[in-house]
Each structure stands twice: as structure tokens, then as C-alpha cells.
Design a protein around this ligand. Structure first.
Ligand SMILES: *Cc1c(COP(=O)(O)O)cnc(C)c1O
Length: 433
């Protein structure tokens, strides 16, 4: 390869290479990161930023947590991958650990969030045939408008977002779509006896942090139970303390896991299936899993599902350490407390600036809605332009849908750091005028 002799900054060079050789399936904010620690990331020029995306909530424990770095280094020198053709010394204790932590009888380990969602879909369909008695190939799964569950062909077949699914057909059949946060629509859809499951995010993250009504999940769980339909919570983004409880679905039954111990298992009205990913490994490595009780999970038999990397000793070791960090550092409590503070600070901006429309969220998963405008010279002023100002002022966040900015810092953020971030956001909003 011939290198250009034109002198580039390291930023321009890295961006040019990604643009030239990488598929354009993302539209990144122009900043090139190469180091992270806790709530901070540094770009290749040495400038420091607060990370307010946290890799879509995968680094709740903060970047390069020293305990995770140590666990990864140690495990890398022992053994990393055995495949499930053999037992390994870490998976059993990891499986026990997550089952006890979240209150389920069984877990199934995968790698990415989308794989865990696929696993849940397969499990629900098979459960529908073997346990509920639905006629073969007739099982349906209810999903919500605006959902985000991943990127596979089957998952985008359940998506209503044209950016995600246009020109990727033919689609996988078997999904019924209803509006989010709409109990009557769910009741109606549940009348169909061929429905095996309701797959839903406790808060719609990618759609722009849509928080449903307080009683939505609890009511939905009860309705599903009454109709012998599996309630499957996709907690890939909302789980692992992000919303102020270990699982966001715990908000629906008053489980006390803000204070550290999740009692999800003690509640009869809890999700039948929980799907986790992202922060399960604290951002070190793709680790996902599906949780359910025996009566559901037992539909999987040898050969019916699997993954070469799923349940590997590195993943098991990292996930246990990452979940221990969440407990030891009281990250759920921190998310709950600082989330309230953050929304209160953002509310001040909503009141002061007419183009800051709204703040919403739970714990440290929040979004601010910006009214898109035009500058005096006619150029657009959208959430993207505000994110560029935030970047220049030392804070990284990503816009979605043109007018929404999600704010989701690592949960290890301190009150002092959070207040500094609120000042950075306020300054940027002022400059946006
Ligand atoms: C990110 C996400 C997924 C997909 O996870 P990947 O690891 O990107 O495959 C699924 N569901 C939700 C709610 C997510 O936020």
C-alpha cells in the first residue's frame, strides 16, 4: 500500500482508512479513540472526553476496569476456549452465579445480544410446540413498534425501522407487531392462541429511550401469564444496573435490587425469559445469555442450539467479575441517585432553552429531545450539530433519529464528574443557540 506523503493528523488518517476500507454501515461522530479509563476516553490527539454513550451501555463498569483487565490477563494465560464439546472449569460456576443473581433456574450462554435474542426466539417457538401445543410452524411472537433487538435477518423481520430492514427481505414470518406501551393492543394480540411469546424492551433504548407507563410491564406480565404466553424481556441495554436496578424489569415488581441484592426470583410476576448482553462483560468481550426456568429451557436438547464461543472460560470468568463489580461498587444505587440528579439538571435546560424540548429516562439511561432548526445561513442545526459541540467541549454522545441525544455514562461516574458533565452540556446547549 502506498502511503500519502501529505501530512495528516492522526485523526484524519484513521478516519480516512476506515472510510476507504471499512463498509459504511455506521455514521460515526468524527473522533478517533484509542484509550479509555473509567468514565474517560482519549482520542489519538490526546484530548480527553467523558464517554456518555458507554458503547451503547456495554461499559457500565467503566473503561478498562482494573479488576476486569486483571481477570482477562490471567484467564488469557490459562485457557480461553474449549468449545462445548467438553466441559470447562468456569462455565458451571458462572451459570450458577447468574442464575442465583437473577433468580432463574437455567441459563444459556451466547456471545452477542442478537444471538441471545435469536436463542430466545427459538426457545419460545419450540416451547410453543412442545409445551403449549401450537400446531407446527404456526407459532407467533408479539413484538412492539420501534423495537430494537439486533441485526440478524430474523430479528430485522420483527423491526419496524426502515433503516434496519429495507431491501433485506425475504423476511422471517411469525411476528405480530403492536404499539409499545399499549395494553389494549397487547390484550387483543394475546387472543390469538398461536401466540407463544411477547418479546419487549423494558425501556426502548435505540428508539430514543422511550420509558413506558409505570404499570405497563407489570400488567403485560400478568396478561401474558393468564394466556400462557412467555414474557421475554430484552434487557441487553437496560440490564446490569443501567436503569437503577439490576434489571429494568425489576421496576415492575418493586424488587429491591437498587440496594444490591436482586429478589427477582422471589416474585411470581417476573419475566419468563430475560435476555442479557452488552455490560455482562463490562465491555471486555462479547458475552450474552438467556435466563429462564427449567420448564422453558428444557426444550433445548443436545444439537438443537449452540455456539462455538458461547460459554467459553474467558467469557465466564469476565462475566462473573463484571457482575461482582456491579454489586461491590453499588452501581445500581449510583445509577438511580445520579440519574435523578441528571434529569433535574437537564430539566433546567428544558425550561431555559426553547429548543431543548424534553428530558426522559430512568437511572442513567436518559435522552434529551432537541428541536431541529436552521442556522442564520440556512445550514441545519440538529442533534448531530449539538453532539459536535459537546465533543469540542469534552463530552461524547450520539444522536439518534435526528432530534434525540442519548446520555448514558458509565455507571462508575461520581456526582462531581456528573455535575461537570451537566455544565459541559449546558455550555454546549448555550453555544447551540
Ligand atoms: C444492542 C442491543 C441488542 C443487540 O446486541 P448486539 O450485541 O449488538 O447484537 C439487542 N437488544 C437490545 C435491546 C439492544 O440494545
Amino acid at each position: 500500500m502506498q502511503h500519502s506523503i501529505v501530512s495528516h493528523t492522526r485523526t484524519q488518517q484513521a478516519i480516512a482508512l476506515e472510510d476507504k476500507y471499512g463498509a459504511h454501515n455506521y455514521h460515526p461522530l468524527p473522533v478517533v479513540l484509542d484509550r479509555g479509563q473509567g468514565v474517560y476516553v482519549w482520542d489519538v490527539e490526546g484530548k480527553r472526553y467523558y464517554d456518555f454513550l458507554s458503547a451503547y451501555s456495554a461499559v457500565n463498569q467503566g473503561h478498562c476496569h482494573p479488576r476486569l483487565v486483571k481477570a482477562m490477563q490471567e484467564q488469557a494465560a490459562e485457557i480461553t476456549l474449549t468449545s462445548r464439546a467438553f466441559y470447562n472449569s468456569k462455565l458451571g460456576s458462572y451459570a450458577e452465579y447468574v442464575c442465583r443473581t437473577f433468580g432463574y433456574e437455567k441459563m444459556l450462554p451466547m456471545n452477542t445480544g442478537a444471538e441471545a435474542v435469536e436463542t430466545a426466539i427459538k426457545m419460545a417457538r419450540r416451547w410453543g410446540y412442545k409445551k403449549k401445543g401450537i400446531a407446527r410452524d404456526q407459532a407467533k411472537i408479539i413484538v412492539c413498534e420501534g423495537n430494537f433487538h439486533g441485526r440478524t435477518i430474523t430479528i430485522i423481520s420483527a423491526s419496524t425501522d426502515p433503516d434496519s430492514n429495507t431491501d433485506f427481505g425475504p423476511y422471517t414470518p411469525g411476528f405480530v407487531t403492536i404499539p409499545y406501551n399499549d395494553i389494549p393492543a397487547l390484550e387483543k394480540a394475546l387472543e390469538d392462541p398461536t401466540v407463544c411469546a411477547f418479546l419487549v424492551e423494558p425501556i426502548q433504548g435505540e428508539a430514543g429511550v422511550f420509558v413506558p407507563d409505570e404499570d405497563y410491564l407489570g400488567t403485560a406480565i400478568k396478561l401474558c401469564k393468564a394466556k400462557n404466553v412467555l414474557f421475554m424481556a430484552d434487557e441487553v441495554q437496560t440490564g446490569i444496573a443501567r436503569t437503577g436496578k439490576l434489571l429494568a424489569s425489576c421496576h415492575s415488581h418493586g424488587c429491591d435490587c437498587t440496594s444490591g441484592t436482586c429478589r427477582n426470583g422471589e416474585y411470581s410476576h417476573k419475566p419468563d425469559v430475560v435476555i442479557l448482553g452488552k455490560a455482562v462483560s463490562g465491555g471486555m468481550y462479547p458475552v450474552s445469555l438467556v435466563l429462564a426456568n427449567d420448564a422453558v429451557m428444557e426444550v433445548f436438547t443436545p444439537g438443537s442450539h449452540g455456539s462455538t464461543f458461547g460459554g467459553n472460560p474467558m467469557a465466564a470468568r469476565l462475566a462473573m467479575e463484571a457482575l461482582e463489580i456491579v454489586k461491590d461498587e453499588k452501581l445500581a444505587e449510583n445509577a438511580e441517585r445520579l440519574g435523578r440528579l441528571f434529569r433535574a439538571e437537564m430539566q433546567k435546560l428544558v425550561e431555559e432553552f426553547p429548543y431543548v424540548k424534553l428530558v426522559r429516562g430512568k437511572g442513567l439511561l436518559n435522552a434529551v429531545i432537541i428541536e431541529p432548526r436552521k442556522a442564520a445561513d440556512g445550514s441545519p442545526k440538529t442533534a448531530w450539530e449539538l453532539c459536535l459541540l459537546l465533543r469540542d467541549n469534552g463530552l461524547l454522545a450520539k444522536p439518534t433519529h435526528g432530534d434525540i441525544i442519548r446520555f448514558a455514562p458509565p455507571l462508575v461516574i461520581t456526582e462531581e464528574q456528573l455535575m461537570e458533565c451537566c455544565r459541559i452540556i449546558a455550555l454546549s446547549v448555550r453555544q447551540f443557540a
